[in-house]
Ligand binder design. Sequence first.
Ligand SMILES: C[S@@+](CC[C@H](N)C(=O)[O-])C[C@H]1O[C@@H](n2cnc3c(N)ncnc32)[C@H](O)[C@@H]1O
Length: 257
Amino acid sequence: MNYLFRDTDLAARRLKVLADVYAPTSRAFLEAVVTNTPRVAVDLGCGPGYTTRLLAEVTACKRAVGIDASEYFLSLARQDAPEHISFLSHDVTQVPFPIEPSDLIFCRFLLTHLQDPQRIIKRWATQLGPRGLLLVEEVEWIESEHPALSTYLSIVAAMLEQQANQLYIGPALDAMPVGDGLQKRMSRVYRYPVSTKQAATMFSMNVPAWKNRPFLQEHYAPDMIEQLEQELHSLAETSTAEGEITWGMRQIAYERI
Ligand SMILES: C[S@@+](CC[C@H](N)C(=O)[O-])C[C@H]1O[C@@H](n2cnc3c(N)ncnc32)[C@H](O)[C@@H]1O
């Protein structure tokens, strides 16, 4: 697994902030497409399990299973997990998953970190039961004219691109041909404004994960990165601004036919 943002304690705390910030978009997505109660619902790249709990709550599934490759995130996810929510260690690019065919497979902010999403989606489709749903939620665009926020975004986009990933993977996913037993039931962009404080909190918690990578050192002056980090910290502490950054979340629902 070549997960850019790593699996440290800080990364886990960042995923908690991320879970709180994006819960409304995922909830809206799940409420729009899940009409039958799933027996087994799977959350791929579940991290510390916040999305798995949300999936379980919104769909009222009988059993929810979170899958991740990070033992550290899984150990956090398993703490106080109710009986109907469990967590498994597995590389999600490999099938079969170590569970029975699922009625619903969900992932958020995962395909952006994987290579060859088209091949991966085909593989995931094989893990669905009849008429099962595959729900994918990824970033289409992020709009911001705020200097520090937009600088951060351009650095992360460049870093992901350098390892053949895309920050803004939504358009490519939407344009991808669907075949092999799947049909697209919904594809939309959900517009989601985030406060500057929340965005800067997530961003500032992410900088330590990558600031010492060779790519950064080769392409950006160390002073500039340090200044950016300080500015993000200060926005995270003090900003009360709204309307300075908006996410477009691509939400795609495929159904197995
Ligand atoms: C950005 S986090 C997203 C976590 C969660 N889905 C959310 O939206 O809050 C991506 C997660 O995918 C996991 N991951 C990345 N590549 C993976 C792989 N090949 N197999 C399993 N998990 C993977 C990472 O460990 C991390 O927990």
